[in-house]
Design a protein. Sequence first.
Length: 337
Amino acid sequence: MYAGFGESPRSTPPGQARRADRRALGMVTALVVVLLALAMLSWTTVSEEASGSGAAPEGAGDGAAPDTDFDDKPGQSPSGDAAATGLADPFGQRESPSGHEALVANPLYGTGRLSPRPCPAPGLDVDDTESMKDFLDSVADCLDDAWATQFARAGIPFTPPERVFWDEPGVSPCRPYPSQAGAFYCRASTSIYIGTADVVEKWNGATRPVVYASLLAHEYGHHVQGESGLLEYYHEQRQLEEDPLERNAWTRRSELQANCLSGAFLASVRVSFPLDEDDFEAVLGDARATADREDGGEEERTHGSADNSVHWTSRGWEEQTPAACNTWDLDDETLVH
């Protein structure tokens, strides 16, 4: 019998006691080694998962210089470190799609029409900075609601963008502002930047609120592309093109898709905003004005022809679905020229 179970340790011969002690020590040592091995394995696995959970920023680790060609590219850089594209959440959401599938078979395309929603726009005085900020914030709230609903239907994680409505110069991770564009989306900070006075000047003092709602919805469309996994693959493939004209072809598809997504959103709020036929014509007029110039060179063609800009904006408005905005899988390639 073992000591402690009815027999005194003194009754055990010394040699036998020493052998028992050595066996006990060996068992304890083996147990400690096993526990340390398990701990190291667990730590290594967690470390590998943590280091691989996010996409590397543009140019990181591949020896490539960052692309500084900002003005003709949606999002300015690939996914950025702030994108919520790595891991599905624990409540059944899938990971954001990646690769070519993100372009042509994105789950967002299967989410149906954007639901009509209340979005009464406040009055707008384009000459007053606070009035412009209030207006843009109000429309951005509606955009957050609309696209969060679509992403929930698709089962893709979604985080609304940050908003920077500037009235003083500043610097974003993508570029300083004011900028020639007056408004841009920066994927590196997942933020929409709009100059409250700059866009009024750029749009020749337009007073119709839908013009600025359309502009905001277009930039928000680039955030939708980013959150859906599309923008990262777009930038990756665009940068592989050695021919500038081929890079422009990628850019046009992205810009025309953002036009379409903008049209789909505006159609979803047209009753409560409200928007009438004159507003719709103003949106189409804006699409023409922001398209590529007919007399521009091929190297400048980054937004599509006026006819195509109007086509995709109208298509989004009429069909009100992300599926209508798939500019990446077309039988008629002339629609993205």
